[in-house]
Design a protein around this ligand. Sequence first.
Ligand SMILES: N[C@@H](CCC(=O)N[C@@H](CS)C(=O)NCC(=O)O)C(=O)O
Length: 219
Amino acid sequence: MENIELFSARVCPFAHRSRLALMEKNLPFTLVEIDLRNKPDWYSQINPAGAVPALRQGEFLLRESLIVNEYVNECCAEPPLLPATAQQRAEARLWIDYAGSNFVPLFYRLLTAQQEEEQSAAASEMCRVLAVLDDELKRRAGQGPYWFGWQVGLTDIAFYPWFERWSVLQHYRGLRIPDHLDVLHGWIETMQGRDAVRLGSEPAEYYIGEYIDYAAGRK
Ligand SMILES: N[C@@H](CCC(=O)N[C@@H](CS)C(=O)NCC(=O)O)C(=O)O
């Protein structure tokens, strides 16, 4: 198989998704760090939209974290990052879509909101979404600590990078993950214990510093 290059940025949770997928899949890859504040001119040929992540494998170019991750998962059979049955795979994709269309945009809505009223509405909505995630994980409890059983998968990976960056919401918006959401807390701890997560994780202070422009409404 031709070498995979992943164009990524440490700070970026979308790129984090693809780093995690490649590492969980045990695929060798070359990590190319892109400085988002000073992007090299040549990067527009890799991704005309200018965003990370992007993947290159020989002549083949791919972008969009969730699409990259589906591709990575199909590069080899083991370990599978989607569940075994077609029905479960459909459910996995439904939750991946929920991450992309609800949870992630809400994270940024809360972080970038400048008016107190808007912040408080976004924080309440975030607590509701966190409870939805906790309920769903609870419903699945007993079948393993991950979304789909005993093996980490693309659903876990679609959500996790924003939980690694939760310190940002806590610092700038005072929003902690409520203690009573114990199954969600358990899932976060399980994810934090994975080698792929530990090897690529950054301290809270790093994220707090990097996200200051978002929190001040400058992004
Ligand atoms: N939908 C994209 C979003 C990627 C994205 O927004 N990446 C940000 C960094 S977190 C980026 O590269 N933005 C372009 C820039 O900062 O110039 C994906 O899932 O890959």
